[in-house]
Design a protein around this ligand. Structure first.
Ligand SMILES: C[S@@+](CC[C@H](N)C(=O)[O-])C[C@H]1O[C@@H](n2cnc3c(N)ncnc32)[C@H](O)[C@@H]1O
Length: 283
């Protein structure tokens, strides 16, 4: 079978399940991953003949895509902030909105003189936030907490893969009485999706991504933000910064809660126009 024939079959099988643009992007990602062929190389070699093993890999991926398994879990990797990260079902797939949060932090730090900062990431998942920060702030000391052993295993692999050093700590932040030391900057993208929001989520997220990474109870959606803000009152140095990724529907409530704890705050919208990030300075 040639690559053009395989592509045709692939598109036919998935066209009713996903928008065509997305199916094409899946095909190109798989070709890059399994065949090490870029889009251009594929266009230049449309009659390249594939062997049985290669066809088998595409067929397996096709079956998984039919039941909405995320492409990132199928190929076992994703890109975040121009770096490569291993991902697997025990860890949240990093989102582009979180890249915007990392960029905001770097912009803010570039305005300061101090580069040897103590930074803490709470709920690190794949380690995408601390690893991207460390890559751009080599003098910073960065620690990262997660409750999940599986996530931390992957985060450690990602730190090695990207050749940075981050201290990973397994801890339930909700039962922490205080932070291990004083930080200049604390960042967190904690679980924030309410059960009532599940109706608007895609099957690929609902079926495959870890529940502990995503959901909070409808009655107490700011649980993590309240706990982290409280810990930051003592755990942040004076003028220290707290950055949150937030639930787009709870921007005002989140901001009010943080302000009430003695911080000066600013909300920011993401590329989709939703209030998605909050910066707070300890006064
Ligand atoms: C929304 S995910 C964010 C992952 C990653 N920082 C990112 O931006 O892609 C939230 C993370 O918080 C972790 N988490 C959930 N409950 C926690 C708890 N009680 N203490 C510490 N981490 C927790 C989850 O395991 C998950 O990795």
């Amino acid at each position: 079978m040639t690559i053009t024939q395989l592509k045709k079959q692939f598109l036919e099988h998935l066209e009713e399940k996903y928008p065509m643009e997305e199916v094409l992007s899946f095909f190109h990602l798989l070709a890059e991953h399994y065949l090490k062929l870029s889009r251009l190389q594929m266009a230049l070699e449309p009659n390249k003949v594939l062997n049985d093993a290669e066809i088998g890999q595409f067929k397996d991926a096709l079956e998984k895509l039919k039941v909405f398994e995320p492409i990132q879990y199928i190929i076992g990797e994703t890109e975040f902030f121009s770096l490569n990260f291993k991902v697997a079902p025990g860890v949240l797939i990093p989102r582009p909105e979180t890249e915007e949060l990392v960029q905001w932090i770097l912009d803010e730090i570039s305005l300061q003189q101090k580069q040897d900062l103590q930074i803490l990431d709470i709920g690190t998942g794949s380690g995408c936030i601390p690893i991207s920060l460390k890559k751009h702030l080599p003098k910073a000391q960065i620690s990262a907490i997660d409750i999940s052993e599986e996530a931390l295993k992957i985060a450690k692999i990602n730190a090695e893969k990207n050749e940075v050093s981050v201290e990973f700590i397994q801890q339930n932040i909700l039962s922490a009485e205080k932070l291990p030391l004083q930080f200049d900057l604390i960042v967190s993208n904690p679980p924030y999706v309410r059960e009532l929001e599940k109706a608007e989520m895609h099957q690929n997220v609902l079926r495959y991504e870890p529940e502990t990474a995503l959901y909070v109870k409808d009655e107490n959606p700011l649980l993590f933000y309240k706990k982290i803000t409280k810990l930051a009152q003592e755990g942040l140095a004076k003028n220290g910064l707290l950055f949150f990724e937030i639930n787009q529907y709870l921007g005002v409530e989140t901001e009010m809660m943080v302000t009430d704890h003695g911080f000066e705050t600013a909300l920011r919208k993401d590329m989709f126009g939703n209030f998605r990030m909050l910066k707070a300075r300890k006064l």
